[in-house]
Design a protein around this ligand. Structure first.
Ligand code: GRF
Length: 202
């Protein structure tokens, strides 16, 4: 059965990558083949998760590529030579240029740890998102999976899941709950939905 060759871009612990790998193994993801993991951060544990799952893993930094343009040129070469058709940003902590995203319309998806349009856009990433949610005093937050375009966190929304906020929450506690109860559930679901759609429209 034809599957959509998928690359996952990572920068950190890789719990979202792990959720995707587990979902592929359990059959929740059946329209995509996770064929490549790329990290922009040396030693990211996500790379170990990829290797443990037998998935080809690459790591190259913006610095060693001589800056953003060099990084994206290398990224494009690796994606093209691997025949990648879908790119998943899973805890990937780097902004991709409008030129790059324009090459992959509706073929790059990202998980963001809030209910977009809340707490998103420039400067809202990682723990900062949860710090902002707590300082605003929201009672509900969550996660969003969306298509990536030239506007940070601005693409069409694919999936969202809400998570309760408690008075005793710290940013770290809230981040863990949003990851476990939202990100790790909706990202695999979104990967399968987008992969299935790409298979029918190919
Ligand atoms: C997650 O909250 C993700 O939304 C954010 O980075 C955190 C770590 O993700 N972008 P992971 O464990 O590396 O997948």
């Amino acid at each position: 059965m034809k599957k959509i060759k998928t690359a996952v871009l990572v920068s950190g612990g890789g719990t979202n990558l792990q959720a995707i790998l587990d979902a592929e193994k359990s059959g929740i993801i059946k329209s995509c083949k996770i064929s490549l993991v790329i990290s922009n951060v040396k030693g990211a544990f996500a790379l170990t998760r990829a290797e443990n799952a037998g998935v080809r893993a690459l790591c190259f930094t913006k610095k060693e590529c001589g800056g953003q343009a060099g990084f994206e040129a290398r990224l494009t070469r690796e994606l093209e030579s691997a025949g990648i058709e879908l790119i998943v940003l899973a805890g990937f902590m780097s902004i991709l240029s409008a030129d790059f995203t324009a090459k992959y319309p509706r073929r790059i998806i990202n998980v963001h740890p809030s209910l977009i349009p809340a707490f998103c856009g420039k400067g809202f990433y990682g723990l900062r998102v949860h710090e902002a949610a707590l300082s605003k005093g929201v009672k509900v937050t969550g996660a969003t999976v969306h298509y990536v375009n030239e506007i940070p966190d601005g693409g069409e929304i694919i999936e969202q899941k809400a998570v309760r906020v408690y008075k005793t929450d710290t940013p770290e506690k809230l981040q863990k709950r949003v990851m476990k109860q939202a990100e790790h559930i909706i990202l695999p679901r979104a990967v399968e939905a987008v992969g299935k759609e790409l298979l029918t429209t190919k």
